[in-house]
Design a binder for this molecule. Structure first.
Ligand code: MRU
Length: 368
């Protein structure tokens, strides 16, 4: 996707051929800064600190983290150490484990001398595959938007999204945003309601930034606005991303997604989830009881950061000193509230049979 006319991905290999560059998402929307990752420790810290975030990008960064590790220590112990360091960064997005398993499975049988080149090549492939997958999601989701546009000729299609499942959360295109970008590029009038997504505001700071730079009309709304808009016919469909889809079709995504799904259900608004196949976890039978929910620091809730009128970036406290705080980063939307799963292999029902029929090879790797 483009930033001021120049094409960017969220992560790429540096011109030196070995370091890894990524957009520092902690600094957006106020500053556009490229970070350089030079070893596995820095890659792990980039994921943990949310310099990079979003399930598919976490996976791609972890793959590059393994490649950076192989540059420094190609031994069996080095493979295991890097795997353990990276897997410990964030618990919910299954793309992290998927990418690390892919890398370890490929690296272990190789002679140590071959591991560095092979790791970079596979990490490049994982990044490239993500772009291709998201392009498939774009095409499959576009049909849903086209159908709504055809039913209200000349009118704007209003899509609600939560958090950032945009190109910044992936390597390019995004998942939830992929059909939106394609619809916009093909001349369909589309407008996006962007949930601000407290406490870290990925919607307000990242999704709005992305959509604005691509010229997609959008409106940022406080998180609690969606139900009201749906009651008044101002949302044609919701499309969100996900960090992990259980075998039964339950969807784990950014905290607050469940409430949007409930409101959509009550108002007859289609609620779609866009996902790349590495986000499916066939080892989890029931999403609500089995997906680990990350709990993050209180300061994300007690404080807010923004730009002052004179251009300084300042952090201020908004909660009284001493008030206890809970910060659950994700929730699970039961499959029954999901209208469909937009994947690279089509729009599926959110149930085990449909997921298993579309992605049988993922069942096989889950059983390993
Ligand atoms: O905590 P984050 O910002 O990593 O959470 C991101 C989300 O919840 C996204 O919706 C999800 O990872 C899908 S990204 C295509």
């Amino acid at each position: 996707m483009k930033v001021d006319g120049r094409h960017f991905r969220s992560i790429w290999r540096g011109t030196d051929g070995w370091s890894v560059s990524a957009i520092d998402q902690r600094r957006l929307p106020h500053e556009f800064v490229i970070a350089r990752l030079t070893n596995c420790v820095e890659a792990a810290e980039a994921i943990r600190s949310m310099l990079v975030r979003g399930a598919p990008l976490i996976g791609a960064t972890a793959a590059y983290g393994m490649a950076l590790a192989m540059k420094d220590d190609r031994s069996d112990a080095g493979v295991d150490r890097a795997y353990q360091m990276l897997i410990a960064t964030r618990p919910t997005a299954i793309n992290l484990k998927w990418a690390l398993d892919e890398m370890r499975r490929m690296l272990r049988p190789l002679a140590p001398s071959a591991r560095s080149d092979a790791a970079y090549a596979r990490a490049d492939d994982i990044a490239e595959e993500d772009v291709g997958i998201n392009r498939g999601i774009a095409e499959n989701g576009l049909a849903l938007i086209e159908a709504i546009a055809a039913a209200k000729p000349g009118e704007t299609v209003n899509v609600l999204t939560h958090c950032n499942a945009g190109w910044l959360a992936t390597v390019d295109w995004g998942t939830a945003t992929a059909p939106i970008y394609l619809a916009h590029d093909r001349g369909i009038k589309v407008h996006v309601w962007v949930d601000e997504t407290r406490p870290r505001n990925q919607g307000a700071s990242l999704t709005a930034w992305e959509l604005g730079h691509h010229g997609v009309p959008h409106t940022v709304i406080p998180d609690n606005t969606g139900g009201h808009l749906m009651q008044h016919g101002k949302v044609d469909l919701a499309i969100v991303g996900t960090d992990r889809v259980a075998a039964n079709g339950d969807v784990c995504n950014k905290i607050g997604t469940y409430l949007k799904a409930l409101a959509a259900h009550d108002n007859g608004v289609p609620f779609y989830v866009a996902l790349p196949s590495p986000t499916i976890d066939f080892t989890v039978a029931d999403g609500i009881t089995q997906i680990p929910i990350e709990q993050r620091g209180a300061e994300e809730v007690t404080h807010m950061t923004g730009r002052t009128p004179d251009g300084r970036i300042e952090t201020v406290r908004i909660v009284p000193e001493g008030s206890p705080v809970a910060n659950y980063a994700f929730d699970v939307t039961p499959a029954r509230l999901v209208t469909g799963l937009i994947t690279e292999r089509g729009v599926l029902k959110a149930d085990r049979a449909s997921l298993a029929a579309a992605f049988p090879e993922r069942i096989a790797t889950a059983a390993e």
